[in-house]
Ligand binder design. Structure first.
Ligand code: FES
Length: 444
């Protein structure tokens, strides 16, 4: 298959027309990329013999061997898909074949063959990754808008920091194309380039992309556990700044797990960064300014947009209004198709008894993201439940959490704009620098 050097494997596969990446564990439903952020499991494949590789987080290379992992006779046409149709109200595997221990053991062996995610790699097991112990004054987790801005502020104040970014390329939301054209010429890509320029070669920043922080242990000195492909780092830190971002969530309606349904940030990356449109016509669902901008840019690029379905009764109209139907006050109720979404049904309007039905080659679905609060919770920081988005880290204006050694900024503390995330990163870094120097932590 042709691919562009360095693009994510999932983008290359979608561009080449691959629709089914795998099958679900139990009912063998087709699976495909949803988030492109490494947060769902839709894109798992076997790559060069290694099972369960997130293809959206793996850069493509010439000669890669990429295989789908499940399904019989193949993941593309999987006979066990019939389980879903035959089971009616679903399979309660906890109570199946429990009449005797022997039948249960037999059934368990059969079920294990049916489910699971592929075979273990052939050959000798890989030795465990060696552990290295480091000491650092400041650790920043997350290289998105808030994290990079915090690193920049720390650098400006002469504080050395170590920044762990899970993805291979730092940038987070600053990489999103729908924010790239700021009206003042300060769109997200320009800001990212500016931050890179300011931080390039900085002795105050140790940037480690491709590093996932998996745990934080509170104590006299915080212990941060970070995992890379070939080693595990246990870092003792004086201060920790969490800018872990958030997770795309799935809007719930029948068929919302079909391949061809994408989170808005995933589609944003595909379109603006990689130039990939996996199917047409596109239906968009949501009403944020970025979604409206994306819809307008798709139309301007000649992509067929069937509709923008908005739950809001009076959504702000996109530029180029009239280029595609805007359907206010309605939400999707059912997506249907075989291995890929083909149609989208929306709830009927009170005045129209018939449901709306759209041909749909891709659905871009927006839903409030969930803050990534887990590491703050590990560190004993206070997290609060917000009915709009789930748990979020509680911080004051200076990014201080309830643990004096831990600061947090950006979307892990709740929903905000890109501008607000950048400002939150700056404030948290300021507060942290002040706390290290024994100051009040208040800005001058
Ligand atoms: S984890 Fe790759 S698409 Fe979600």
């Amino acid at each position: 298959m042709p691919a562009r050097a360095g693009e994510p494997l999932a983008a290359a596969l979608l561009a080449a027309g691959v629709q089914v990446f795998g099958r679900s564990l139990k009912y063998h439903r087709p699976r495909g990329p949803y988030c492109l952020q490494g947060h769902c499991s839709g894109c798992l494949m076997r790559v060069d013999g290694i099972p369960n590789v997130r293809t959206c987080q793996t850069a493509v290379r010439a000669g890669m061997v990429v295989e789908r992992q499940r399904g019989w006779p193949s993941a593309s046409f999987d006979a066990f898909r019939a389980l879903d149709w035959l089971s009616g109200q679903g399979i309660d595997h906890h109570s199946m074949f429990t009449s005797s221990a022997a039948t249960n053991r037999l059934a368990a062996r059969f079920v294990r063959r049916l489910s699971g995610f592929g075979e273990l790699p052939a050959g000798e097991p890989r030795p465990p990754a060696p552990v290295e112990r480091w000491q650092r004054q400041v650790v920043v987790v997350g290289g998105g808008a808030a994290g990079l801005q915090a690193a920049r502020e720390l650098h400006r104040r002469g504080v050395r920091s170590t920044l762990f970014e899970r993805q291979e390329v730092a940038g987070g939301r600053l990489l999103d194309g729908s924010d790239s054209a700021g009206g003042d010429g300060q769109g997200s890509w320009a800001r990212l380039a500016e931050l890179h320029r300011q931080l390039e070669g900085s002795e105050n920043l140790e940037l480690l992309p491709g590093t996932t922080v998996v745990a934080v242990y509170p104590g006299d000195r915080l212990q941060v556990v970070a995992v890379q492909e070939r080693r595990t780092l246990v870092v003792e830190a004086e201060r920790l700044l969490l800018a872990c971002g958030d997770y795309e969530q799935v809007r719930l309606f029948e068929g919302s797990d079909l391949p061809g349904v994408f989170a808005v940030r995933a589609f944003d990356r595909l379109f603006y960064l990689h130039g990939v449109i996996p199917g047409e016509p596109v239906v968009l669902c949501g009403d944020s300014p970025r979604l409206l901008r994306l819809a307008g840019d798709l139309v301007a690029a000649g992509v067929e947009v069937a509709a923008l379905v908005s739950g809001a009764t009076r959504p702000p109209l996109p530029a180029g209004e009239g280029a595609f139907p805007l359907v206010p006050g309605r939400l999707p109720v059912r997506a249907s198709g075989g291995r890929w979404i083909e149609r989208l049904e929306i709830a009927p309007a009170p005045s129209e008894p018939a449901d709306g039905l759209f041909d749909c080659g891709c659905l871009v679905s927006e839903y409030p993201p969930a803050p990534a609060y887990e590491l703050a919770h590990h560190a004993g920081c206070r997290v609060d439940f917000d009915s709009a988005c789930g748990f979020r880290v509680v911080v004051d204006d200076g990014g201080r959490t309830s643990n004096a050694a831990v600061f947090a900024a950006g979307h892990c503390t709740g929903a905000m704009s890109l501008e607000q995330a950048l400002e939150a990163g700056r404030r948290a870094a300021t507060g942290m620098a002040e706390s290290l120097s024994g100051g009040s932590g208040r800005e001058d």
